[in-house]
Design a protein around this ligand. Sequence first.
Ligand code: HAM
Length: 420
Amino acid sequence: MYQTVKGTYDLLAEDMKKFERVELLFRHFLDLYGYKEIKTPVFEYTGVFSKENDTSDMVTKEMYSFSPNGKDSFTLRPEGTAGAIRSVVEHKLYASEELPLKIAYVEEMFRHERPQKGRQRQFTQMGVECVGDKSPLIDAEVIALGYFYVKTLGIENIKVCVNTLGDNASRLAYKKKLQDYFAQYKDQLCPDCQNRLDKNPLRILDCKFDHELECIKNAPKMDLTPESKEYFDKVLSYLDALEIPYIIDDKLVRGLDYYTDTVFEVISTREESGSQSTIFGGGRYDNLVKEMGGPELSGIGFAIGVERLIILAEAEGIFDEYKNEVDSYVIDMTEGSEFALKVSELLRNNSYSCEMNFYPRSMKSQFKSVDRRNAKFTIIIGEDEVKENKVTLKNNATREQYNVAYEKLIDKMDSLMEEE
Ligand code: HAM
């Protein structure tokens, strides 16, 4: 017997309802903030994700890459930003549409990570990217979108962490400063961080293994250029104006290499989220559009991990009111007459969801199906009803029953619904 591959999962009907619910609200937020959804292919040329000197775990260790023809290398997308920006550049959207471009995606991602609760090898991200303009107002608006979405969903116990990685000049100087500083502690660092020392010493600051080391705690801070400091201060003042509570975490670097200036993560403070507490993360990227072959345009975005969000939403009891519910169930006590089928179609044509009995069963057993489906209305059809072209309609909430002609059924149900 086959099972799902490690780190992947089936979404059964009840899970699908939860996904639908969180995605529906997300799409509502996209409308509120003017984002348009796109879909990019599940796999891309490997170069879309992997740039020279990349140091992120995602690119160096976790990508599902393959080469069916032995020549070209393809990769299942491990995240949404690179593909979205590839698409912006390929279609020159920055030339044909008003800037900033506001694009969004809800897509499956693939990373070869060690699976655990909230960390899968196939997972879903809902993300946004705002490309083409750079302003602290945009940074604040993007953070607000994610924060208010999560709050509106009903997730209470969250913390917003923000930091700045500075502009290119501040970061370059900081890189050198950190390299000089960490050189004396090289032996204490984990093998990954020893590698990062050359290429991306900033990542040492948020290493999962080394974060308790004294040398990391005492690492020098970044000297921001005046422009970069002013930019970040503005972002913070806008967050204050929107009453979004945040903490500044100067060790927040984020795991991907393309970030510049503002970076942020929203973290759950609930125990249920365990070690995988980051619900969403993102930041600004000044260089990615250019690296992808486009003009010098900055962007900012974030991605929410849908599975993690659902774990938290379950813990907050957000899905508790869910019932498997249908508007109507047609009990058929005839020997399979066409009438029950016709009535069912009539209901669906008038936007009442409907299920019907398919095989001869006792009335009692068909009523059990009504209960199991939490149907609002039961429609009972026997030989008499067929002869007289009518049905027996039962309002399951009040238990009242009505004899209704086929032509009057929808009017009657509409009026009962209005009374509710
Ligand atoms: P990321 O931090 O790698 O950023 O992922 C964003 C979110 O995806 C995480 O906060 C987490 O909720 C979820 N996630 C990541 N890996 C897994 C996994 N293995 N299993 C379950 N959930 C996971 C990005 O991907 C960036 N592209 C975000 C971004 C958009 N930055 C700018 N624009």
